[in-house]
Design a protein around this ligand. Structure first.
Ligand SMILES: NC(=O)c1ccc[n+]([C@@H]2O[C@H](COP(=O)([O-])OP(=O)(O)OC[C@H]3O[C@@H](n4cnc5c(N)ncnc54)[C@H](OP(=O)(O)O)[C@@H]3O)[C@@H](O)[C@H]2O)c1
Length: 333
């Protein structure tokens, strides 16, 4: 084993539970088949990972379960996520139970609502695809889903519940109305998209930020690419710091993320890469000055824009992210 899991930093959640400060992503981006992702999970266990970011929609939980089966459960941190077509009251608990069966476990450490919209779209569909049933965020509907998430905690099937792809106005309503508040918020975070306001907000509320696409998702599906997107790992600042440390710029993204306080969940199916990402968090930290320099390269460049969730014709993806500070078209209904 290249990294002793005991040396990997942990983040304390409001329950007192300790969550490993880095996890392995498991979304194959429509290009890495389930078997190869499961192989990566197996290799990652060997090199010292203990935290895995899974989701029903990644369509590989059963293969990952084959790998995790038999490993001492208490040493693992397993996240899964509720997909958008399972928000209805009667669907949440069965959806979680399916993930539990697939992942061969009795409980999840974290279970997240993957998106705050119940809008179904077919897996792999392109950016222009729209659901005829799509609608804006309706808080009363989201709370019905959240009540079922809370029941999962009561039932002992889930230790922590959380949000993903949400915004401050939506979180404000959730924190007002939740019996069990979110313990984590999974959000896009990389040097070119640092979301300082949302990051500070969730931490101020005792919610642990988990950062997806921590390397700027250079291998994301074409349907998630637009011409204005920037490429973190080609940024001269990151390339320069990487040269100074003798590593790939991706490794600098991981170091920056962990030192800033979010939990990055980088994906790779290449052993040298996921091993380097884990080693990044236990060795050769960035200096304070390097941290500051990376803070300065934020470009507000969101990669996962969510076009397929839009509910009106000719709408901009910005409407999904409540950029004016209010929930667009929906809200406190
Ligand atoms: N909650 C959500 O809605 C949401 C959305 C998106 C993602 N996620 C989660 O976040 C995870 C990570 O996101 P992501 O896979 O899109 O993006 P990412 O982790 O930022 O980028 C992954 C890619 O970076 C490259 N890479 C990784 N480590 C490297 C290294 N040490 N050196 C060089 N290149 C390296 C690999 O490309 P090569 O193979 O070309 O080397 C890999 O495919 C997903 O797997 C998923 O679990 C969640």
């Amino acid at each position: 084993m290249s990294v002793d899991p005991a040396l990997v930093p942990k983040r304390k959640l409001y329950t007192g539970a300790l969550m490993p400060a880095i996890g392995l992503g498991t979304f194959g981006s429509d290009r890495v088949p389930a078997d190869k992702v499961a192989q990566a999970v197996s290799g990652a266990l060997e090199v010292g990972y203990r935290h895995f970011d899974c989701a029903a929609v990644y369509d590989n939980e059963d293969r990952i379960g084959d790998v995790l089966q038999g490993f001492p459960r208490e040493q693992l941190w397993i996240t899964s996520k509720l997909w958008n077509d399972k928000h209805s009251r009667g669907d949440v608990i069965p959806a979680c139970e399916k993930s539990l069966v697939d992942l061969r476990t009795d409980y999840l450490d974290t279970y997240l609502v993957h998106w705050p919209f119940p809008n179904f779209h077919a897996p792999g569909c392109d950016m222009s695809s729209r659901s005829p049933d799509a609608r804006p965020y309706v808080h009363s509907e989201f709370m019905e889903t959240w009540r079922q998430m809370e029941r999962l905690v009561d039932m002992g099937l889930v230790r922590h519940i959380g949000t993903s792809n949400t915004t401050i106005p939506k979180l404000e309503l959730l924190l007002r109305d939740a019996r069990i508040p979110p313990a984590v918020n999974e959000m896009e975070l990389h040097p070119h998209f640092q979301q300082p306001e949302l990051f500070a907000y969730v931490r101020s509320q005792g919610i642990q930020p988990v950062g997806f696409c921590p390397i700027g998702s250079p291998t994301r599906p074409d349907r998630d690419r637009t011409p204005e997107d920037s490429v973190d790992i080609e940024d001269p600042v990151l390339v320069g710091i990487a040269q100074d440390h003798g590593v790939h710029p991706a490794v600098i993204c991981v170091k920056w993320a962990v030192q800033r306080g979010q939990i990055p969940i980088p994906f790779s199916d290449r052993r040298n890469e996921y091993e380097a990402n884990l080693e990044a968090v236990v060795s050769d930290p960035l200096t304070e000055e390097e941290m500051l320099v990376v803070t300065g390269i934020d470009r507000n460049s969101r990669l996962i824009k969510g076009h397929v969730f839009l509910w009106r014709p000719n709408q901009s993806w910005e409407d999904l992210w409540d950029m004016s500070g209010a929930i667009v078209d929906g809200g406190n209904a």
